[in-house]
Design a binder for this molecule. Structure first.
Ligand SMILES: O=C(O)CCC(=O)C(=O)O
Length: 306
């Protein structure tokens, strides 16, 4: 709990006593053994400018055009600056304004194609030592300023996705994301604690895990093209957007070794508000990104009710 504007407010993000700088692992791509060593030790890997910044900005441009259409950008500003319309704050969830916005974002072809970028797939092939299955449930995050009660609480992705523990999340800022804009903080080495009990949390996902006070986090200024990946048991959280009026945009995609089991919902559109047919409706008929996984021999497992 913290006091904001004199009112006691539940906080989503937990305080971080130690935050270490992001350590670029690009050089390790030439040495698979060392790359896997660091992955096994830290449960996360950071790659400076792994993606072509122009490709990332092309997705940013399209997401911000949708924001403009929904009236979420300040009038008279350049879309690419991502300056929020000060009279509005919409949170990820079942708010009809969010659903309408999110459906439009999910229809953006380049948003899904970015998840299959050859640089990301190559990096994961080095890590896994086998072909990669990119989950098709791609998630876009948009965080309004001054919404600390709705930052993403500390959690392990495995709780939400099931399937193989060896699933890794790639978190990608859709533009420069300096610390004050929020972004992802990762609890280094926490994957070694195994699956943790969850409790109710505030913010996206609505569940959180306990975090040791003295534990070591990594985070900092992210730039366009950067990618951080984290193991499905590595604790991570979204940092508060403390910027003066700007939106935080990011994408999070998931990947696993193709031979491992995958839970059926990881191959469905995020939130299932749209079907694949509805999502692909405006794409080219024979677009290779459509259903790219359908001909692969996958071990698809059912989602067990909790
Ligand atoms: O971007 C965020 O706030 C959270 C992202 C996240 O939880 C994830 O990438 O798994």
């Amino acid at each position: 709990m913290k006091f904001i504007l004199g009112k006691e407010q539940p906080m989503a993000m937990v305080d971080m006593k130690q935050i270490h700088a992001l350590e670029d692992a690009t050089d390790l791509l030439r040495n698979p053994y060392e790359l896997r060593q660091r992955a096994a030790e830290h449960g996360c890997l950071f790659f400076r400018r792994l993606l072509d910044p122009a490709r990332v900005l092309a997705v940013r441009r399209q997401v911000l055009e949708v924001c403009r259409e929904h009236g979420w950008l300040a009038p008279g500003t350049d879309n690419m600056d991502g300056i929020a319309n000060s009279g509005i704050s919409v949170f990820e969830g079942d708010d009809p304004r969010w659903i309408a916005f999110y459906d439009d974002v999910q229809r953006i072809r380049d948003f899904h194609a970015l998840a299959l970028d050859p640089a990301i797939i190559h990096m994961l092939e080095v890590l896994f030592g086998e072909p990669v299955l990119a989950h098709s449930r791609n998630i876009c995050r948009l965080v309004f300023p001054d919404t600390n009660t709705h930052s993403t609480p500390p959690h392990q992705d495995n709780y939400f996705i099931g399937g193989s523990d060896e699933t890794w999340t790639a978190w990608i800022p859709l533009g420069d994301c300096p610390e004050e804009l929020g972004g992802l903080a990762v609890n280094r080495g926490s994957h070694r604690s195994g699956m943790l009990e969850t409790t109710e949390g505030v913010g996206p996902g609505g569940r959180q895990v306990p975090v040791e006070d003295a534990s070591a986090w990594v985070g900092g200024d992210y730039a366009r093209g950067d990618v951080i990946i984290l193991h499905s048991l590595t604790i991570h959280q979204g940092r508060d957007n403390l910027s003066a009026g700007r939106l935080r945009l990011s994408a999070d995609y998931r990947y696993q070794p193709r031979s491992h089991p995958v839970r059926e919902d990881s191959l469905q559109p995020h939130m299932n508000w749209l079907t694949w047919e509805q999502l692909y409706a405006r794409w080219d008929e024979d677009d290779p990104v459509k259903h790219y996984w359908r001909d692969w021999d996958l071990d698809v497992v059912k989602r067990e009710p909790r």
